[in-house]
Design a protein around this ligand. Structure first.
Ligand code: GLU
Length: 295
């Protein structure tokens, strides 16, 4: 069964070469098995989203030769689905309110479940007594909603990163500014859009146990995963502005066409020789996930 794929950028900036390489790989995974490839704008962070980045990102994806099926979907237009999922979690007693600030979470003692990912929530608001909850509710400061995961352990097999296991912390599903949180929206939307295989950057490997746990709680099918290695700068750090010409527009100023960039990205992922010029269709023809370096 071909597994449909997707690329799900946040329209909060210009795509850099690392994002474009991830998009190219996600596209190759899907197209090489004759599956659908969808683009979804993860535009829930309303403070940072800018509409012009969406247009620019789509232009850049098309420029390097990627195409997608159907209309581009925006998460901000799917609130009804997200709310239904929140309601289901609420009805099963899995949600609780949290008033902690980032600083309080940083400063709190380490989480009760040992080897949880960095930045995990230590469960402070779950342990508040009813008087403390009433006091916080009365303060008028809106709470975030977190899930009660009870330190669940989730194992999964990533196509590139292999067998993984992680502890699920009490992560946020609704932010205190009213925005639906990434982990909830991504699970609901991947399932609703029929995504069979999630190909994305290895920076999201640690979020995967949370998402698999949530899919199960919501009775949704879980996709397979392939986390691709992030592109690094010459200093071995994650690609960033300070590394110089990292967008398609920057590369064009240096005289490189979008085709040149696609070929360079494919070569950097080990899919062709450096300098080799292959069309998108030729890359699809040659593509094998086995050729990719693990995340
Ligand atoms: N929107 C996320 C990002 O731009 C990607 C989410 C995903 O692929 O699951 O980092």
């Amino acid at each position: 069964m071909p597994a449909d794929g997707r690329f799900a950028p946040s329209p909060t900036g210009t795509l850099h070469l690392g994002n474009l390489r991830t998009a190219l790989l996600a596209w190759l995974f899907a197209r090489s098995q004759d599956a659908r490839f969808l683009v979804r704008m993860e535009d829930l962070d309303f403070g940072r989203v800018r509409r012009h980045f969406e247009d620019e990102q789509l232009r850049d994806l098309a420029a390097i030769g990627l195409d997608w099926d159907g209309e581009v979907v925006r998460q901000s237009e799917r609130r009804v689905l997200h709310d239904a999922a929140l309601e289901r979690l609420r009805a099963t007693g899995l949600l609780y309110e949290c008033w902690c600030t980032r600083r309080e979470i940083r400063e709190a003692a380490s989480a009760p479940h040992g080897d949880v990912p960095e930045g995990s929530y230590p469960g402070t608001c779950l342990r508040l007594d009813s008087a403390a909850v009433a006091e916080r509710r009365a303060s008028g400061r809106p709470p975030a909603l977190r899930v009660r995961a009870e330190g669940a352990r989730v194992r999964f097999r990533d196509r590139l990163a292999g067998e993984r296991e992680g502890v699920v912390d009490d992560f946020v599903v609704l932010r205190n500014d009213g925005a639906v949180a990434y982990n909830l929206a991504v699970v609901v939307d991947d399932a609703d859009q029929g995504i069979g295989e999630v190909v994305r950057g290895a920076d999201l490997l640690d979020s995967t146990p949370r998402q698999l746990w949530l899919a199960e709680r919501l009775g949704l099918p879980a996709p397979r995963h392939a986390h691709v290695a992030l592109m690094l700068g010459p200093d071995g750090e994650r690609l960033a502005k300070r590394h110089g010409a990292i967008t398609l527009a920057d590369r064009a100023e240096l005289g490189e066409s979008a085709d040149d960039v696609r070929c360079a990205l494919a070569a950097s992922a080990g899919l062709c020789a450096p300098g080799e010029q292959l069309t998108p269709a030729e890359l699809v023809e040659r593509f094998s996930p086995l050729a990719l370096a693990a995340a």
